[in-house]
Design a protein around this ligand. Structure first.
Ligand SMILES: NC(=O)c1ccc[n+]([C@@H]2O[C@H](COP(=O)([O-])OP(=O)(O)OC[C@H]3O[C@@H](n4cnc5c(N)ncnc54)[C@H](O)[C@@H]3O)[C@@H](O)[C@H]2O)c1
Length: 319
């Protein structure tokens, strides 16, 4: 059966909002849930139904899964600072509603898209990270690993409950998706500082590397996968395999925003303090996109500089 009705959790979040917009523009009916206020930007679509509610409202969640053809479970906490200061909340939100969603999808034989993370691979140095590759994490006394571990538990539950079902699932492991509307991650934090001419702080050496994928490219990949009905019952890395040093990202943001900000590399003392607070950085994360490219042959359309310029344009419009 063709997917017509889609249930999206975390619909007012960065990825959720863009995904709902894409679905509605293409004629899908969308049931959306988030604890945030509806930002009204999708209300003109007749097929948009918004519930300002929590994924902990299990009765509502079960009802919406039952009434939909596909559930996209995107609600979560993806800001590294939160892993340290709100560890219990991160674990609770990542695991408990997700298990209910997985069980309900199994019960009603419904399709599930789940957004997992590149953090799953932890400190692995098996570059690039392949979907079936090993995970290598630090101690449970280091708080930052709670997010990776919680997402992994949900992935296990999905395989256990849904892999022998007729209706399918896809686990998307996202690698630094960025764009306007992102909150609490390195790109938006740097922009906020640069626009106020404040120091851009780097907690490390600046030689740490990440791979950034612009939001429109991520959404286009989700959409093509949905339409082509590919990658069922698999994990799929979604990312760009071009690496960028954090120092170079900071320089680009300063240049693009014509800022007077300076870059401040945080001292060894600061790093040690962060370690005591439960932070441990991952030096590199590169997705293998072999699986994605084999079936989809999608080339990202927006490079990093273009993507950063687009964010700045939106930020200036909204000041
Ligand atoms: N952006 C990335 O690069 C990235 C990377 C890895 C994984 N992810 C995953 O993708 C998903 C979406 O990430 P995002 O970047 O859009 O984050 P986001 O923080 O912008 O969006 C998450 C949304 O979930 C909502 N939410 C939180 N608690 C809720 C609750 N109890 N009930 C209903 N809604 C609730 C929030 O209000 C928010 O709108 C998350 O699951 C995240 O773990 C994102």
């Amino acid at each position: 059966m063709r997917v017509k009705k889609v249930f999206v959790t975390g619909a007012m979040g960065f990825i959720g909002f863009h995904w709902c917009k894409k679905l509605l523009e293409n004629g899908y009916e969308v049931y959306a849930i988030d604890i945030k206020k509806n930002n009204q930007k999708l209300n003109h679509h007749k097929k948009f139904r918004y519930y300002r509610d929590s994924v902990f409202n299990y009765d509502l969640v079960r009802k919406l899964i039952k009434n939909s053809d596909l559930t996209c479970h995107f609600a979560g906490i993806a800001s590294p600072k939160e892993y340290l200061i709100n560890t219990t909340k991160v674990i609770d939100l990542t695991v408990n509603p997700s298990l209910v969603i997985v069980n309900t999808c199994a019960k009603y034989n419904k399709k599930l898209f789940f957004t997992s993370t590149s953090e799953i691979y932890g400190k692995s140095t098996e570059f690039p990270f392949t979907e079936e590759g090993n995970r290598y994490l630090g101690s449970t006394s280091t708080r930052r690993w709670c997010y990776s571990t919680a997402k992994a538990l949900v992935e296990h539950a999905i395989f256990a409950k849904l892999s022998n079902k007729k209706k399918k699932f896809i686990i998307y492991r996202l690698f630094n998706i960025y764009g306007y509307g992102l909150k609490g991650r390195v790109v938006d934090i740097f922009f906020e500082k640069a626009l106020k001419n404040k120091d851009l702080e780097i907690f490390g050496t600046g030689r740490e590397k990440r791979c950034f994928l612009y939001i429109d490219d991520c959404i286009e990949i989700f959409f093509q996968i949905l339409q082509k009905n590919k990658f069922n019952n698999q994990i799929l890395n979604i990312g760009n395999n071009k690496e960028e040093k954090i120092l170079s990202l900071a320089k680009k943001i300063i240049k693009i925003s014509n800022s007077k900000s300076k870059i401040k590399i945080k001292s060894k003392y600061a790093k040690n303090t962060m370690k005591k607070q439960g932070f441990e950085d991952i030096l590199r994360r590169i997705p293998s996109i072999v699986r994605l490219n084999k079936t989809l042959k999608y080339k990202p359309k927006t490079n990093l500089v273009e993507g950063l310029k687009l964010i700045l344009k939106e930020m200036q419009k909204n000041i």
